[in-house]
Design a protein around this ligand. Structure first.
Ligand code: SF4
Length: 455
């Protein structure tokens, strides 16, 4: 019954120290989120407002996106619509090619990750440099992010030290964080200067003003866009918010939920091209319209990509981001993966304890655990349910529909205690690897009740 997730989690847990550190660090971020959210008496009102605004925006996407387009164009931006990942990548490439760009700098964008933009451009001979420190480390290591806000959370500073010796000529054995950060900053500065174009994602796009809002803690988006004259910004169409008042609700929630900060260090509003420059904005669908039409899962479009559901998830914290097969891990990734390709990513739905902690912390009230539960009910229909689990649940159904047989089974349940130890705990029984068999009572609750109830 081992799943791909549980096998990968097993490998992650072999590194005991790193696994403990991963768990504790993310729990600390969750605790910071709790503390700072409690400082706002209106916190729950904000969450309710965020949910309502998202529901409104998602049901008015057509008009809001057109309003955004009109205002962005009036501000002097070029606006494009991409129906899928291929179209998005080729629009970016076309813009870069027509401007003879060979060096391109990017701030963190999960949309670019989703659409495989870096690989696409690199294949066409364009150098792509990630400017977010965590993303840059992963890019140099040829690895993917393991968390949407803290992409390199699983990498130890010793590994970064070794990488920087090779890539940046730092002092061997010096793994001091400040030293390494300064080295990365110096190295990136050349890339910022060299870049002929810069790209950012967008945390929010404001329909009434035509502006894109980008939240970072490193200021790398601003560094990137302040030198080259060509700027590209791309966002998934669910990032639209009606106006700045709505934006204020989300900026109050985002950093508090994600990292426990009152606000991100930089919140940049990109509204018009810089003097003598160009601003190109790409609005991307890539499957979002289909989610919009899916009543049970439409709320995944509320997601702000804050990462809070990962920080709180007991499974994510103890199994690491790479144990999930979809590029976004944790509760939101399980759901997005299922929406993208259920037959490919169904394995992830087992990586959930259904504790509901994720949906209790989600600032936009995405019903993450309910949706995972709902996906689990679909596994049989999809033809991918685990056979032993299916047999067991059919067996339980059979018993529970027959009270006489059920009582008889309970009466004899203590016979299970006599099953030899080796039959439960052996290499063929995955269940026995992680569980202790409960000792069945000699008398069932029903029998005790009948015997002891006061007449
Ligand atoms: S689902 Fe909610 S908690 Fe998870 S990343 Fe999205 S907004 Fe944050």
């Amino acid at each position: 019954m081992s799943t791909k997730h549980s096998k990968a989690a097993g490998r992650f847990l072999q590194h005991k120290e790193l696994a403990a550190w991963h768990d504790e660090t993310l729990w600390m971020v969750r605790a910071k989120r709790d503390k700072i959210s409690k400082e706002l008496p209106e916190w729950e009102d904000l969450r309710n407002m965020a949910e309502a605004i998202k529901m409104y925006s998602n049901s008015h996407l057509d008009t809001l996106l057109q309003e955004f387009e009109k205002n962005a164009q009036a501000n002097g931006a070029h606006v494009y619509w991409a129906k899928d990942a291929d179209e998005y990548c080729s629009i970016v490439h076309h813009i870069l090619e027509s401007h003879h760009v060979k060096h391109f700098i990017k701030s963190k964008s999960m949309l670019a990750e989703e659409c495989g933009l870096n690989e696409y451009l690199e294949d066409k001979g364009i150098e792509v440099v990630e400017s977010d420190l965590g993303e840059r480390i992963l890019q140099l290591m040829h690895k993917r992010p393991s968390h949407i806000v803290l992409p390199a959370i699983h990498i130890r500073k010793e590994e970064i030290g070794e990488l920087f010796v090779k890539e940046m000529g730092t002092e061997p054995g010096n793994n001091d964080q400040t030293y390494l950060t300064h080295a990365a900053r110096k190295n990136l500065r050349h890339k910022f200067i060299e870049a002929e174009a810069a790209m950012t994602g967008a945390n929010f796009a404001v329909a009434s003003t035509g502006e894109c809002v980008v939240c970072t803690n490193e200021g790398n988006a601003d560094m990137g866009t302040s030198q080259p004259k060509l700027q590209i910004t791309a966002f998934g169409m669910e990032k639209i918010v009606p106006d700045r008042e709505a934006l204020g609700v989300f900026t109050r929630l985002l950093a508090r939920s994600g990292t426990g900060q009152p606000i991100t260090t930089y919140t940049s509003h990109y509204r018009k091209p810089r003097k003598g420059g160009e601003l190109h904005i790409i609005i991307v669908d890539n499957g979002r319209s289909q989610i919009l039409a899916d009543k049970e899962h439409v709320k995944t479009l509320n997601c702000l990509r804050c990462g809070a559901c990962m920080n709180t998830c007991p499974v994510y914290r103890r199994s690491g981001g790479y144990s999930y097969t979809y590029f976004i891990p944790g509760p939101i990734g399980i759901n997005l993966g299922m929406l993208k390709a259920p037959l490919h990513y169904y394995d992830n739905v087992s990586a959930c304890s259904l504790c509901h902690s994720c949906q209790n912390v989600c600032p936009a009230k995405v019903d993450l655990a309910d949706q995972i539960y709902c996906w689990r009910q679909q596994l049989q229909r999809l033809g991918v349910a685990s056979t032993p689990k299916h047999v067991m649940s059919e067996g339980m159904k059979f018993l529970m529909e027959r009270p006489g047989l059920f009582d008889w089974a309970l009466k004899n349940a203590s016979l299970v205690n006599k099953i030899p130890h080796w039959m439960i705990y052996n290499g063929l029984n995955d269940w026995g690897k992680e569980h202790d068999m409960p000792v069945f009572a000699k008398e069932s609750f029903n029998e005790l009740w009948k015997k002891n109830k006061v007449k």
